[in-house]
Design a protein around this ligand. Structure first.
Ligand code: ANZ
Ligand code: ZN
Length: 825
């Protein structure tokens, strides 16, 4: 008989909700365990790719709870952001209404999957009682000097019509919509994440529970470089031209200097004769994409300024160029160029016919400048470098920095690629930045007691390009919190990554009115023990959250410096060879699958598809296979429950080989499944283990007459199996659990433990020798005593033949292997 998943699943979902099975107590004597899955953006319905994520988290949450932990497993929505606003513009609906409608839908979708979320803790970042605290965090950063405004060249997405953080630009394109980014000069708000560069880098070492690739991405993004800042003088000018170099050992090989096109020095240093050439170049370069122009292998372009610098190490006069491959925002925005040893400088020198001078050679070679078809970037022996000649360049590097410091022409310098986090957005659907501008007092933060600065409704979205709040008079016009005079509000809202940089803290006290969270509670629950989410957040969300946690630590609000102890990044589900997306029309809806196969089958299938960290291809046939397994479980278990009603497990006695082997299998699988869950999330192999166990059970029940079934053993097996299955297929497990007569929930059961005894091999073959000659092989129980083995050997007919009427002098037992009987004839 097939099991009726529709009825069973609906029933238990209702029951779990009514009895509050998934509610977490705030604190108790048990060890805490915080499982968190990255919350979704509620832009519509969710697809099976999201569901897989939640199911992985649910297996961990249920397993840990049955292992005796106090488990926190919350859910919420990253609910501010562009899609709501774009939908509002397109369909003329209120972004809030649109968002909450989607939240309703997603909540129902997830409830149908039976995820063990404590729904009392649900949060949405777009609610006033959440974004009030996002604004509070802004104020805390502002007070500490970590939130500031500056006018700078910023990334502008012409399609999203807003600025973006550097982290949101991927290969020169908008991370969200893929449109090419333009540069604009604008006054924007920033968080000073660069103050934390070193700690963000250093603390990566603590994150042993994070995938290596994510840590490497963060490390590269932070991009620490150690080198020197060297001061060149400008000829005929007492100004200094300072450069950052990681290679002060190449200082004698500098043949030109180069400035970034954006550098204010360009105008200052361009001579009247060179003005035209430089201006033409600047015109060309503004049309060039900034990301392409600095990319490796990009065509080198530039112009001579007409000015010269003096190399402080040898007094040489060298031309100053402006070049397209120099970044204004990195180092000092100017470089010393060493074409012999830097590939980009080499390409530029070739393009502009500039000299190339070797200052490092491979040991024992007679390499010359003429031999170079590209820069020599390896290590070697220094030449043409005055008193450093003959030294290994790596050794010289440190000596040169010391020498520069002594001579006061340079100093050791550390640079990071990480830039400050641009957090203001010219969009409506976000948390307003709690700042007021007053003609008298300037920039004034909104006092904490006046939070939240509420987002107005009924705003006008046109003309786009500026925050829609710009056109909302009631919002803009306010009074200055300091002097009480007429003032204007900041119209930009915060990047949604600010909302998500602290949400894991709000789950602890989701309804707290006077604080974002209670420090004691948060210190009990955090860090998150297991975080699960997509690798696409490797630098964005995960870096921002680490930063905000460190700021809150410095301010004394939390006593931990890292928010997530363990991170698991799951693979994606593909369909027809492509990533699931609405635009490709290859989205599999969980609702349809739940309807057809049931939530448990869907859950099991998604975890059975392959190792959860790998991408996998959706396949309906796979689902059918899992459905057959579910029916098998249902049939076998119902049968056992039926025939073992009045059986007491305590009375178990194993008699036959089949019984022993079946029990051994059960305990092997308890051990395997526990291990697979505990280590590396090997859910797919855990499920294979369950399938194996069911096959053995099935074979036993088919091969042994029903009247000879060992009912105690069957009862033990069913009991343990239902618990093992429950993190994966909770509904079916719950149903079976109750059919067994329990009046508690399976989630309150204890995870089975392995009976080591059951794992032992039960029987052994012992070779029997008489006076050193093999005469027989006997099978004995593995834990038989020496006496029992002897007796069995003596009773063996073949052995009897040799020892009858003989005097037994000695019997020697080699444990588990051999019995030698020494006789005298
Ligand atoms: C001379 C030199 C010789 C360099 C050599 C390298 C090799 P990382 O490792 O990425 O920090 N540089 C410095 N500021 C720059 C800017 N604003 N835009 C473009 N390039 C810049 O790279 C540091 C090196 O990149 C620096 O060391 C400088 O070139 C260049 F054989 O100085 B080097
Ligand atoms: Zn004022």
């Amino acid at each position: 008989m097939d099991y009726n998943h529709i009825e069973i699943e609906k029933n238990w979902q209702k029951e779990w909700e009514e009895k509050g099975v998934f509610k977490t107590s705030q604190k108790n004597e048990k060890e805490k365990y915080y499982v968190l899955t990255m919350f979704p953006y509620p832009s519509g319905t969710i697809h099976v790719g999201h569901v897989k994520n939640y199911v992985i988290g649910d297996v961990v949450a249920r397993y840990k709870r049955m292992q005796g932990h106090n488990v926190l497993h919350p859910f919420g929505y990253d609910a501010f952001g562009l899609p709501a606003e774009n939908a509002a513009i397109k369909n003329n609906v209120d972004p809030g209404k649109w968002t909450f409608k989607n939240i309703e839908i997603i909540r129902e979708q997830i409830k149908k999957i039976g995820i063990s979320y404590d729904w009392d803790r649900e949060i949405a970042t777009c609610t006033e009682d959440y974004y009030k605290w996002t604004q509070w965090i802004f104020l805390k950063l502002y007070e500490k000097g970590l939130a500031y405004k500056k006018n700078a060249a910023v990334n502008w997405c012409p399609s999203c019509k807003t600025v973006l953080a550097n982290e949101q630009v991927v290969n020169g394109k908008c991370e969200r919509c893929g449109t090419e980014i333009e540069m604009k000069k604008l006054e924007q708000w920033y968080f000073k994440i660069t103050d934390y560069s070193e700690r963000l880098l250093d603390d990566l070492k603590k994150l042993e529970g994070w995938p290596e690739n994510v840590k490497i991405m963060q490390k590269n993004w932070i991009g620490k470089s150690v080198g020197a800042e060297v001061n060149f003088t400008i000829e005929g000018n007492n100004k200094k031209l300072s450069v950052f170099t990681t290679r002060p050992d190449t200082l004698w090989g500098v043949t030109f200097m180069a400035l970034a096109p954006e550098s204010p020095l360009v105008e200052e240093l361009t001579t009247p004769e060179q003005k035209k050439e430089v201006e033409e170049f600047l015109n060309r370069v503004t049309k060039e994409d900034k990301f392409k122009r600095i990319a490796q292998g990009a065509k080198k372009d530039g112009a001579f300024t007409g000015s010269y610098a003096i190399n402080p190490v040898n007094g040489e006069k060298i031309p100053i160029y402006v070049a397209n491959y120099i970044l204004f925002e990195y180092g000092t925005g100017a470089i010393m160029a060493v074409p012999a040893h830097d590939q980009r400088d080499f390409e530029f020198a070739k393009e502009f016919n500039l000299p190339i001078r070797l200052v490092i050679k491979p040991e024992g070679s007679d390499l010359t400048e003429e031999d170079l078809s590209e820069a020599f970037t390896e290590d070697g022996i220094m030449v043409n470098s005055d008193k450093f000649n003959g030294m290994k360049n790596r050794n010289a590097l440190h000596k040169i920095i010391e020498w520069l410091e002594e001579k006061n022409i340079g100093k050791k310098s550390v640079q990071y690629k990480l830039r400050d986090w641009l957090i203001s957005r010219q969009r409506y659907w976000g948390a307003p930045i709690p700042i007021v501008y007053c003609d008298e007092c300037g920039v004034v933060p909104v006092p904490e007691k006046d939070l939240p600065v509420k987002l107005p409704t009924n705003v006008k979205f046109e003309p786009a390009g500026k925050s829609p709040l710009t056109y909302t008079e009631e919002f803009i016009n306010t009074t200055c919190p300091k002097c009480g005079k007429q003032a204007r509000r900041e119209v930009d809202t915060m990047d949604t990554f600010v909302d998500s940089s602290w949400y894991y803290l709000r789950y602890i006290n989701p309804k707290m009115k006077d604080k974002p969270f209670d420090s004691d509670d948060v210190n009990y629950w955090l860090p998150v023990d297991q975080y699960i989410g997509g690798v696409e957040h490797a630098i964005l969300h995960l870096l921002y959250s680490r930063f905000i946690t460190k700021v809150l630590y410095d301010l004394g609000y939390v006593d931990f410096t890292e928010p997530f102890s363990n991170l698991f990044t799951q693979g994606m589900i593909y369909k027809n060879g492509a990533k699931m997306s609405k635009s490709k029309g290859n989205v599999v809806s969980p609702d349809e699958m739940v309807e057809k196969y049931g939530a448990d089958t869907l859950r099991l299938y998604m975890l059975f598809m392959g190792p959860p960290e790998k991408d996998a291809e959706w396949n309906d046939a796979g689902l059918e296979g899992v459905a057959r397994f579910m029916n098998k479980v249902w049939n076998l278990m119902s049968k056992i429950i039926e025939v073992t009603k009045d059986v007491n497990i305590e009375n178990m006695k194993l008699n036959t080989k089949e019984e022993k082997s079946l029990r051994r299998k059960l305990h092997q699988m308890i051990s395997k499944i526990t291990n697979d869950i505990e280590k590396n999330f090997q859910f797919n192999t855990a499920i294979s283990g369950m399938m194996e166990l069911m096959n053995e059970l099935n074979a036993y029940m088919n091969n042994v007459d029903e009247k000879n079934w060992n009912k105690e053993l069957l009862k033990e097996l069913a009991y343990d199996f239902v618990i093992l299955l429950s993190p994966f297929a909770p509904h079916l497990s719950e149903e079976l659990w109750h059919m067994m007569g329990h009046n508690t929930f399976v989630l309150d059961a204890q995870w089975p433990t392995v009976d080591e005894k059951a794992l032992e091999v039960e029987e052994l073959e012992i070779v029997v020798q008489v006076n050193g000659k093999v005469r027989a092989k006997i099978i004995v129980n593995a834990n038989s005593s020496e006496e029992e083995i002897k007796n069995k050997a003596f009773e063996n007919d073949k052995v009897k033949k040799y020892i009858e009427n003989a005097e037994i002098k000695k019997v020697i037992l080699v444990k588990g292997k051999l019995l030698n009987i020494v006789i005298k004839k």
